[in-house]
Design a protein around this ligand. Structure first.
Ligand code: IMP
Ligand code: MG
Length: 176
């Protein structure tokens, strides 16, 4: 097995659980119409699983879908493009959609996903992210539900990776 570096904890399990519960509580106060939760793979899988269980505790009964998106940079120009690696299988016409992602950084991924779902006729598309890096936005887009505003560092754990490592960590941290 390759050598792993230590991870300094930024948000521990208990802090994450508290925020997820509070986000679900806020969400449950909104009157959604035929809510469809769309988790953006891969990074959101752990947050989405916890968030959905918290939604259930707050009396919500959303349907769930997954989309796998990949952003990549082309040439030397820092212009991001987003590709659909796996699309959702349900129609979204007339429905309220909640996108769930791990982290909002440039905003390209979620702007792409939101535009796509609105173009397919969604009634509304709200955004929820575990983390937000406030000063990194390239596209004008804000999340409706945010776990933590995080420092401008590369974070791992709770679904998030660097080179396919650290996704399994139950906390969020920075590789030392
Ligand atoms: P955006 O399109 O720039 O907002 O990209 C957000 C995506 O980039 C997230 O969904 C993550 O998959 C990835 N990402 C951005 N920052 C980090 C980080 O600090 N750690 C791990 N993944 C990150
Ligand atoms: Mg992602």
């Amino acid at each position: 097995m390759s050598e792993r570096r230590d991870v300094r904890v930024l948000y521990d399990e208990a802090e994450i659980a508290d925020r997820v519960e509070a986000m679900a509580e806020a969400l449950a106060k909104t009157d959604f119409h035929n809510l469809l939760v769309v988790a953006v793979l891969k990074g959101s899988f752990m947050f989405a699983a916890d968030f959905l269980r918290a939604m259930h505790r707050h009396g919500m009964q959303p349907q769930v879908e997954f989309v796998h998106l990949s952003s990549y940079l082309e040439g030397t120009v820092s212009q991001g493009h987003v590709r659909i690696l796996k699309d959702i299988e349900s129609g979204v016409s007339g429905r309220d959609v909640l996108l769930v992602d791990d982290i909002l950084e440039s905003g390209r991924t979620l702007a792409f996903a939101k535009d796509l779902l609105m173009a397919r006729g969604a009634r509304s598309v709200a955004l929820s992210v575990m983390l937000e890096k406030p000063h990194k936005r390239v596209v004008q887009i804000e999340a409706d539900y945010v776990g933590f505003k995080c420092p401008d560092e590369f974070v791992v754990g709770y679904g998030m990776d660097v080179a396919h490592q650290y996704r399994e960590l139950p906390f969020i941290g920075v590789v030392c």
